[in-house]
Design a binder for this molecule. Structure first.
Ligand code: NAP
Length: 282
């Protein structure tokens, strides 16, 4: 089985980012990472994003707020960041604490700065197949992994396990745009094993450590593992039992070192694209 390494995909995206930044009139963009509280998942994503922006020659700044900030105070602060002309793009770490209405923030964020596709306008564009918006970075990262490795998508049977707004749902639309035949599975799916075995490309985005083993993978399938979980020994692992599919899958992404690193590269690409669009407006 061939291991699809995220670093190689990320390096290709870096070249695209450099090309955008080299265009006349494009200013080095600044990312605002907005975090409320100190959830370990958020801190880990934040570290990864900061590292990636630095490696790609992009600017980034963290705006951290206490976990108990009021809805009103957070919205006022968020509005300031949203309106700051020095901020090219925003990454909001979610979920937000319960006292803050996330829906309101999704509506507030300027679609041009919404690099992770949370605004209703960007979501609508993903569903319409309109590339002028930003898709959620993780969903797009899955497509980037396949394209960078020259894995054909058109006409393929793709099964996605997970239907969240962050991964499964937008990814199903991105895959349809690439002309795949898409099946989306979730906790009420009957015969999950059959739906997965039917796939030529299987995408795992359920958030359940090692739940998909060789029984779920057909001979020669390509497996993309989005899951980031901790196993019984406290080690990072995906939704796929990687060792068990070595003989069955033709290619698979590892965890760590797979989709995660591509996600932050896509974030960087979106930031560069936001800078380019801004320069074209002036
Ligand atoms: P989520 O919001 O919890 O959604 C999980 C989805 O998987 C739901 O649709 C759920 O079905 C489905 N599911 C859960 N258990 C299942 C089971 N046993 N059988 C079938 N379907 C099942 O999670 P998420 O935010 O989409 O994230 C999914 C995973 O990706 C997590 O491990 C997360 O850490 C990881 N992630 C990685 C990145 C990255 O950069 N690589 C970025 C974001 C997320 P229902 O809808 O029926 O509940």
């Amino acid at each position: 089985m061939q291991v699809l390494k995220g670093a190689e995909v990320s390096a290709k995206i870096r070249e695209q980012v450099q090309a955008i930044l080299a265009e006349p009139g494009v200013k080095v963009p600044r990312l605002a990472i907005v975090r409320v509280g100190e959830r370990p998942d958020d801190l880990s994503y934040e570290r990864g994003a900061l590292k990636k922006m630095e490696a790609f020659g992009l600017l980034a700044q963290v705006y951290a707020f206490p976990a108990d900030i009021s809805d009103q105070d957070f919205k006022a602060a968020f509005q300031d960041i949203n309106e700051d002309p020095e901020v090219t793009g925003i990454l909001l770490l979610r979920p937000l604490p319960g006292q803050i209405c996330e829906r309101d923030i999704e509506k507030m964020i300027s679609p041009e700065k919404d690099l992770d596709g949370i605004s209703p306008i960007n979501i609508a564009k993903v569903f319409a197949g309109d590339e002028s918006g930003f898709a959620p970075c993780t969903a797009e990262a899955v497509v980037e992994v396949l394209k960078a490795n020259e894995i054909p998508i058109a006409g393929k049977r793709v099964t996605i396990v997970g239907r969240s707004m962050v991964v499964g749902k937008p990814l199903s639309m991105l895959m349809l745009k690439e002309h795949a035949t898409v099946t989306v599975c979730h906790t009420r799916t009957k015969d999950l094993e059959g739906a997965c075995r039917n796939a030529e490309i299987l995408v795992a985005a359920a958030g359940r450590a090692k739940m998909l083993d060789a029984r779920f993978v057909s001979e020669g399938a390509v497996v993309v593992d989005v899951g980031i979980n901790v196993d019984e020994n406290g080690k990072l692992c995906g939704d796929v039992d990687f060792d068990s599919i070595l003989e069955t899958a033709s290619m698979a992404t590892p965890v760590p070192g797979g989709v995660g690193t591509v996600t932050t590269a896509v974030l960087a690409k979106h930031l560069a694209e936001a800078a380019k669009r801004k320069s074209e407006k002036h």
